[in-house]
Write a protein that binds this ligand. Structure first.
Ligand SMILES: NC(=O)c1ccc[n+]([C@@H]2O[C@H](COP(=O)([O-])OP(=O)(O)OC[C@H]3O[C@@H](n4cnc5c(N)ncnc54)[C@H](OP(=O)(O)O)[C@@H]3O)[C@@H](O)[C@H]2O)c1
Length: 164
C-alpha cells in the first residue's frame, strides 16, 4: 500500500497554534495542493486535527480519525492506533497530522509532501519532528508570496532511502 505524509511547517518546523494552522487562511495555495493530493485517498488524522478542521469529514476522502473515543460523526471511521487505522484504509494513505500522528507515522511512510513556509511564526505550540538522514529531498518547487498567499513557500518532496 502507498503510504505518505502531508504537512506544512514554518522555519521552526511549527505546524500549529491554539488548535489551528499558524498562518490561518493566508496560504490558500497550500490548501489547494493538499486537496489535490489527498482527494480520492484515505486520510488518517489525530482527534485534535479532526477537531481543527471542524469535526467534519473532508469530502471525497476516506476519513480515519485516531482516538480512544469514537467520533460518532457520519462519514468518519475511528481507529485506536495507527496499525488499526492502516487496516481500515481502502485507498492510498496520507497521514495528515497532527504532531502526535506525524511522530508515530514516520516509521511507516515512504514519502513526505512538505510545504515549507518561509516565515517564523510566534507562539506556535505544535511542531513537525526533525527527520533522519534516511530521508532525501527529491524535488522542490518555490512559490513567491503573491496577492493571495502572504508568505513565500516551497513544495518539497522527501523520499525514504534504504541508507540509515
Ligand atoms: N501544518 C500542518 O500541516 C498541520 C496538519 C495537521 C494538524 N495541524 C495542527 O496540529 C495541531 C493538532 O495536533 P496535535 O499534535 O495537538 O494533535 P493530533 O495528533 O491531531 O491528535 C492527538 C490525539 O490523537 C489521538 N492519538 C494520537 N496518537 C494516538 C495513539 N498512538 N493512540 C491512540 N490515540 C492517539 C489522541 O486522541 P484522544 O485524546 O481522543 O484519545 C490524541 O489526543 C493543530 O494545531 C492543527 O492545526 C497542522
Amino acid at each position: 500500500m502507498n503510504l505518505a505524509m502531508i504537512v506544512a511547517y514554518d522555519q521552526q518546523r511549527a505546524i500549529g497554534h491554539n488548535g489551528e494552522l499558524p498562518w490561518a487562511r493566508s496560504l490558500p495555495a497550500d490548501l489547494a495542493n493538499f486537496k489535490k493530493l489527498t482527494t480520492n485517498s484515505s486520510v488518517i488524522m489525530g482527534r485534535k486535527t479532526f477537531e481543527s478542521i471542524g469535526s467534519r469529514p473532508l469530502p471525497n476522502r476516506e476519513n480515519i480519525v485516531i482516538s480512544s473515543t469514537p467520533t460518532g460523526v457520519k462519514g468518519t471511521l475511528t481507529a485506536l492506533n495507527i496499525p488499526s487505522a492502516l487496516s481500515l484504509a481502502r485507498y492510498p494513505v496520507y497521514f495528515i497530522g497532527g504532531s502526535m500522528i506525524y511522530a508515530e507515522a514516520l516509521q511507516y511512510v515512504e514519502t513526505i509532501y512538505a510545504t515549507e513556509v518561509n516565515h517564523s511564526f510566534d507562539g506556535a505550540d505544535v511542531f513537525f519532528p526533525e527527520i533522519g538522514r534516511e530521508w532525501q529531498e527529491v524535488s522542490r518547487e518555490h512559490h513567491p508570496a503573491d496577492d493571495s498567499n502572504a508568505y513565500d513557500f516551497d513544495f518539497v518532496k522527501y523520499c525514504k532511502t534504504t541508507q540509515k
